[in-house]
Design a binder for this molecule. Structure first.
Ligand SMILES: NC(=O)c1ccc[n+]([C@@H]2O[C@H](COP(=O)([O-])OP(=O)(O)OC[C@H]3O[C@@H](n4cnc5c(N)ncnc54)[C@H](OP(=O)(O)O)[C@@H]3O)[C@@H](O)[C@H]2O)c1
Length: 265
């Protein structure tokens, strides 16, 4: 197989780490990006040894304005053509809108909106020139369901990601670049530990949860077959379908009584 590079943001844990392992197992060379250098280095050692592929790490905080340019420059300097870009880094900020300071909101928008769009904009032209490439934007089921109080910007940011990915998916068809918005529901990762909602979400039925392995398998299959939006698991697909079919009032009522319980205010 010709050497192919996958660049994964948020690769130090959870879904990003799992993408790295699955792609390495398929023979891809990997660039791991996140803030925690120690975690990235451990994963790099594991991947290089177990899968015998090239794995590079770049410890970067994507909330910093110049982080995307640094990442692009790193690839230019190392003559790396990115064949697959996985915009996965993300997190939830609990609390009501006005209770969260502006800097926290700003950082979240930088990581979950600006970085996703800028990295796509930076790496897309070379994919277009090659007439091949894959972009996965890890969004969420929360971007497809009605809003609830608390975590104010999360669902909004994920909706943006889905709309952006869908437009790019349509634009990219002639260039043979596959673009997919991956929309997982509740997934076992560090996500809920980081945002302090683990004890709340643990009360939810285990049936609502998926493993990161399952999410990644479905995401890779979706981008290979060029699906614009991939909702993982039949339960999440059902929720997304009901959201489209039922009157908004009914959905809002159901959301208020169920998912809202797991949103910290
Ligand atoms: N888990 C779920 O239930 C779920 C459901 C739907 C969607 N998602 C989405 O899935 C994606 C991955 O989340 P996950 O569940 O795998 O959570 P996770 O285990 O907490 O992983 C999040 C990753 O993002 C990285 N990250 C966070 N802030 C960053 C920053 N400023 N700069 C660079 N990297 C940063 C973290 O690394 P460092 O801390 O080392 O920087 C980590 O590698 C997110 O976009 C999330 O919104 C998750």
């Amino acid at each position: 197989m010709q050497q192919q590079w996958a660049l994964i943001t948020g690769a130090s844990a959870g879904i990003g780490e799992t993408f790295a392992k699955h792609l390495a197992a398929k023979g891809w060379s990997i660039i791991l990006v996140a803030r925690r250098a120690d975690k990235l280095n451990n994963l790099q050692a594991h991947i290089s040894e177990k899968y015998q592929v090239i794995c590079k790490t770049l410890a970067l905080d994507l909330s910093h304005n110049n982080a995307n340019q640094k990442l692009f420059q790193y690839c230019q300097d190392h003559k790396i053509h990115v064949d697959m870009l996985i915009n996965n880094a993300g997190y939830g900020v609990p609390g009501d809108f006005d209770a969260v300071n502006w800097r926290t909101h700003q950082d979240m928008l930088q990581v979950m909106l600006n970085s996703v769009v800028e990295l796509s904009h930076l790496f897309y032209p070379a994919m277009k020139q090659k007439q091949a490439g894959f972009i996965i934007n890890v969004a969420s089921l929360a971007g497809l369901t009605p809003s609830t109080a608390g975590h104010t910007l999360y669902g909004a940011a994920k909706s943006f990601m889905i709309k952006f990915s869908h437009s790019l998916h349509l634009e990219a068809i002639d260039s043979k670049i596959h673009v997919t918005a991956l929309c997982p529901g509740f997934t076992y990762t560090e996500f809920h530990d980081v945002n302090g909602t683990r004890s709340m979400v643990n009360k939810m039925s285990k049936k609502m949860w998926m493993s990161a392995d399952d999410v990644v398998e479905q995401g890779l299959k979706a981008v290979e077959t060029n699906q614009a939006v991939c909702i993982t698991g039949w339960r999440n697909k059902t929720i997304a379908t009901l959201t489209k079919l039922l009157p908004e009032k009914v959905i809002r009522y159901l959301m208020k009584g169920s998912v809202a319980k797991f949103r910290k205010r």
